[in-house]
Structure formats: structure tokens, C-alpha cells
Ligand binder design. Structure first.
Ligand SMILES: [Zn+2]
Length: 95
């Protein structure tokens, strides 16, 4: 038997023997890519959430209706009470 033929034959056998392993490796690489894509998406969404949180104005509790209203609001958005006035009255009571 020719050595060349033997080499070709064993190369052919090796090709088929290792095929499932190569397929698994391809699958693994594909999954890894999917995972990296998903991670990138999560990072992007987390950044968007943080940006949105920054955009939300600070709030304070209305002393009258206890709803969250804008921190700098003079009048409560919900019950219309004069928050500034109420706060000042509260301070006076403390004194
Ligand atoms: Zn209110």
C-alpha cells in the first residue's frame, strides 16, 4: 500500500471522526456571539434606564395630599395646595 494513499485515507477518517467536535465548536461560537449580543443589549438598555432616571425631576411629598410633586413646585400638582406657604407655616410651628 502506498504511503500517500494511507495518509489521505487517515486524513479522511480524521475529518469524519472530528466532524461532530467541530460542529459543537461552531455551535459554541455561535452561542457565544449571541450571548455577547445580549450582553451588549443589556448594557445599552441599562444606560438608557440610567439616562431616563436622570431626566426624571426630583420630587417631594405634598404636605396636604401626600402625593409626589415636583421639588420646586409652589402649588401641588394634585390638590393645588400652596406647598411653599404650608412649609413656611410648618417651620413657624417648629419655632
Ligand atoms: Zn397635594
Amino acid at each position: 500500500m502506498h504511503y500517500g494513499l494511507l495518509a489521505a485515507l487517515s486524513a479522511g477518517i480524521m475529518f469524519f471522526v472530528t466532524r461532530p467536535a467541530r460542529r459543537k465548536l461552531d455551535e459554541f461560537r455561535e452561542r457565544k456571539e449571541h450571548l455577547e449580543d445580549a450582553r451588549a443589549r443589556v448594557r445599552k438598555l441599562t444606560k438608557q434606564i440610567n439616562d431616563l432616571k436622570k431626566e426624571v425631576p426630583e420630587t417631594k411629598k405634598c404636605p396636604s395630599c401626600v402625593n409626589e410633586t415636583n421639588k420646586d413646585a409652589v402649588f401641588c400638582e394634585f390638590c393645588g395646595v400652596n406647598i411653599k406657604e404650608m412649609e413656611e407655616t410648618e417651620k413657624e410651628k417648629e419655632i
